[in-house]
Design a protein around this ligand. Structure first.
Ligand code: ATP
Length: 373
C-alpha cells in the first residue's frame, strides 16, 4: 500500500489515512487496533471490495487498485463466514472450484487434501448444522484455501469461538500458514492473537499506522506512548512529569533521575539543530520539558519501606487481585492508578508503598508522545 487513504461520507469520515505498508511473500502480517480504527477497511482495500480515495496498491509490481476482487486472486474469511446450509461439507469446500469449472475428479482430490490439512476429513458428508463452531470455522477456511489464493485475508475469523477453541485454532492457523507459506493479512483487535501468530504486527489507531514491528519489538520498544498503553496486559504505566535540572519531576509522586535517557533527549534537540537551526529553536522553546516516563507493571518493584536510592515513586495500595500466576496491585499515585505485578502477596490494601524501577526498564516519551529513549 503506497500512500493509501480511504474517505467515506464525502470525506467526512477518514477510515484510512496515508497507509504505507509492505507485506513480504509468505509473511503472516497482523493488523491490530481498537474498534473503528480502520482495520477492516484496509483489508477490504487489499481485497478489492473497496477502492482507495488516494494512493496505490500493488501485488508484486503490478498495480491492482481499480481491479475487481476476482482479478486479484485473494481469499477472504470474515468473522461471520457463511456456509451453504443445504450442501455437505465437501460440497461447500468444493464449490469455488465447481464455479471455476474444475473437473469433479480434480475437485475431489483437492477437497480431500485440504480437509486432511484441516483435520476435518471425517466430517465431509455432514451438513453445516451438524458441525461445532470450530468445525464450521475450519470448513470456511478450507473453502478459502482450496482456491489456492495468492493472498489470504482474514477478518477476525476466530471471534465467534470460545476461548479454548480460539487458542486451538490460533495454533492450527499458524501451522497451516507455515505449511502453505501463503501471504496472509489478518485483522484483529485481540492483542494476544496478534502477538502469538504474527511475523509482523501493524498497530493502527484512528485510521493511521502507529508502528510496524515484530511482536517482541512492539512490546520492547513501543514507538509512541499510545502503542505503549495499547500493548501489554495490563499496559505500561505512564507518569507525567517535567524535566528539571537533569532529573524528572513527577510532582507528588517524587523525582527520578534516568541519566542515560535525559541525555538522549538532549541529543535529539542538538541533532535537530545541526540539520536546521529554525527547527532547533522551535523544539527547544516548545513544551519539550513535559515528558512521560513509562514503566511496565512487571518491571516495578514494590516495598513498604522507602529505599534510600534509585527511582522511587510513592503510592497507596488500592486493590490486591490474585490473578493465578501473579498478584496484580492497583496503587494510587496522586490521582493515578498504577499497576504492578507481584509474584507473592506481600502488601495489603491501604498500605503505603514505594515503587522502584531500573533506569533500563524505563521509557521516556516526549510531550508529543514519541519515544525518546
Ligand atoms: P471494528 O474492529 O469495529 O470492525 P475497524 O477497525 O475494522 O473496526 P472499520 O470498519 O475499517 O474499522 O471502520 C473505520 C471507520 O470507517 C469507522 O469510523 C467506520 O464507521 C467507517 N466506515 C467503514 N465503512 C464505512 C462505509 N461503508 N461507509 C461509511 N463509513 C464507513
Amino acid at each position: 500500500m503506497d500512500g493509501v487513504s480511504k474517505y467515506f461520507d464525502a470525506g467526512n469520515t477518514v477510515a484510512n489515512y496515508q497507509l504505507n505498508l509492505e507485506v513480504e511473500d509468505g509473511e503472516f502480517l497482523v493488523i491490530l487496533g481498537p474498534s473503528g480504527c480502520g482495520k477492516t477497511t484496509a483489508l477490504r482495500l487489499i481485497a478489492g471490495l473497496e477502492q482507495p480515495s488516494e494512493g496505490a496498491i500493488y501485488f508484486d509490481d503490478e498495480r491492482v487498485d481499480g481491479r475487481s476482487p476476482s482479478e486479484r486472486n485473494v481469499a477472504m474469511v470474515f468473522q461471520n463466514y457463511a456456509l451453504y446450509p443445504h450442501m455437505t461439507v465437501a460440497q461447500n469446500i468444493g464449490y469455488p472450484l465447481k464455479v471455476r469449472g474444475v473437473s469433479p475428479d480434480d475437485r475431489d482430490q483437492k477437497v480431500a487434501t485440504v480437509t486432511e490439512l484441516l483435520h476435518i476429513e471425517d466430517q465431509v458428508d455432514k451438513k453445516p448444522a451438524a458441525l461445532s463452531g470450530g468445525q464450521r470455522q475450519r470448513v470456511a477456511l478450507a473453502r478459502a484455501i482450496v482456491r489456492e489464493p495468492s493472498v489470504f485475508l482474514l477478518d477476525e475469523p476466530l471471534s465467534n469461538l470460545d476461548a479454548k477453541l480460539r487458542q486451538e485454532m490460533r495454533i492450527e492457523l499458524k501451522r497451516l500458514q507455515n505449511e502453505l507459506a501463503i501471504t496472509t493479512v489478518y485483522v484483529t483487535h485481540n492483542q494476544e492473537e496478534a502477538m502469538s501468530m504474527a511475523d509482523t504486527v501493524v498497530v493502527m489507531n484512528r485510521g493511521t499506522i502507529q508502528q510496524i514491528a515484530p511482536p517482541q519489538e512492539l512490546y520492547k520498544r513501543p514507538r509512541t506512548a499510545w502503542v505503549a498503553r495499547f500493548i501489554g496486559s495490563p499496559p505500561m504505566n505512564l507518569f507525567r512529569g517535567t524535566r528539571r535540572n537533569g532529573s524528572i519531576d513527577l510532582g507528588e509522586a517524587g523525582t527520578v533521575e534516568l541519566p542515560g535517557k535525559i541525555d538522549a533527549d538532549e541529543a535529539v534537540v542538538e541533532t535537530a539543530g545541526q540539520d536546521d537551526a529554525s527547527t532547533a529553536s522551535v523544539v527547544a522553546n516548545s513544551a519539550r520539558d513535559d515528558v512521560a516516563v513509562g514503566v511496565r507493571p512487571e518491571d516495578l518493584t514494590v516495598s513498604t519501606t522507602r529505599p534510600s536510592s534509585g527511582n522511587v515513586i510513592e503510592g497507596r495500595v488500592e486493590t490486591v487481585e490474585p490473578m493465578g500466576e501473579y498478584i496484580l496491585l492497583n496503587v494510587f499515585v496522586n490521582d493515578q492508578i498504577v499497576n504492578a505485578k507481584l509474584s507473592e502477596w506481600t502488601v495489603e490494601k491501604d498500605e503505603r508503598v514505594y515503587l522502584t524501577f531500573d533506569d533500563d526498564d524505563a521509557y521516556l516519551y516526549d510531550d508529543g508522545g514519541e519515544l525518546v529513549a
